[in-house]
Design a protein around this ligand. Sequence first.
Ligand code: CAP
Ligand code: MG
Length: 410
Amino acid sequence: MDLDGFVVGTYELAGEFPLKDAARVLAAEQTTGTWTEVRTAPKSFEERLAGRVVDVDSKSGTARVAFPLEIFEPENIPGLLSILAGNFFGLGSLTRARWVDVEFPRAFAKRFKGPRFGIEGVRKLVGTATDRRPHCGTIVKPKVGLDPRGTARVAKEAALGGLDFIKDDETLTDQSFCPFEDRLRHVMDALAEAKSETGQTTLYAVNVTADQRTMLERAERAIEMGANCIMMDVLTAGFHGLQALRDDASVKVPIHVHRAMHGAMTRSKDFGISMGVICKLTRLLGGDQLHTGSASGKMERPADLPVLLGALRDPWHGLNSIFPVSSGGMHPASAEREHAAFGDDFVLQAGGGVHGHPDGTLAGARALRQAVDAVAKGVPLAKHAKKHAELQKALDKWGHETYSYESFKS
Ligand code: CAP
Ligand code: MG
């Protein structure tokens, strides 16, 4: 079957009937069918718009379903999701329904802008276009609890310690205790001071997550105020929110994409949407950095990490790549495992693993940067730490860390 005129979804399905029938039910429910035959439309027209089962693989329990392009309103992302990820999840006869992959014809993908910067663009901004080491970053901690001056103080230390990237935590937006504009102003001033000492650019992703109108206003205001990066939570704010930010011509900075709430979609083996699909949609719609999960750390470790990295970094319809972000319980000693899994093109991001350093944020940032420099050169961390006291202290504290509920502190 020539798939050029179709968007193709791959689904893991099981139900009260054979796989091919489960796929047929999905194709019907999501396009022209319902539970009983209706004769309201001309048959030929209905057939043109109907979803088709491309193939089924009973070994993996997956089926591919092709949706004719004509059924999609161009660039309408909520509409696209209602078709590719709609009612079938709730059908009583299906005992398993996961959306695990999607492929778009090139002409369809080309209607979207994709990442404005991608890995190469972000590297140019930070000054690592030729020095291909991984980037290192931090989430200001505590998650909430600092005022704008306090946030700026922590950010400055992180920048002085040699980090490339600093971000808000996903639950910090524009609360009264840390107003958005004040925070941005103080942090950007602090980063300018740090740059005058180090000569290094550090990106600060201020969190613009809100309803779409507010989010766009915040992003535009942030740019006016001199922001050099923004972040948004793509699943709570919606894929169309990311699309709106990317399509806004004034938002000429990288967009860091957090995935809070993804676990509700990605973790169940029976129902949900895979992280691979979230990666592809984020790339289509223009995220520059995306959390992927990591090879170690406090979060569930994705078994399909290589697939996710491929979705972000391999050539795809001429769209820029996305910088993968390894985060969640990271610390300097994590660098070896993460580098082995990700290679050089990723961001190693640590919140607790920077600010929880025995000597504080500045030392924690130095230790993370030292760890990244070491793995990029192929030098074992233990050896590098002999000449780098901050790294040594980090290894002493977290080198044999196991993650348990007891270690969580609020
Ligand atoms: C990491 C983090 C991130 C998680 C999200 C947190 O902080 O800021 O939100 O990484 O998970 O609040 O947990 P720590 P994921 O470095 O202090 O753990 O990256 O898997 O989406
Ligand atoms: Mg967080």
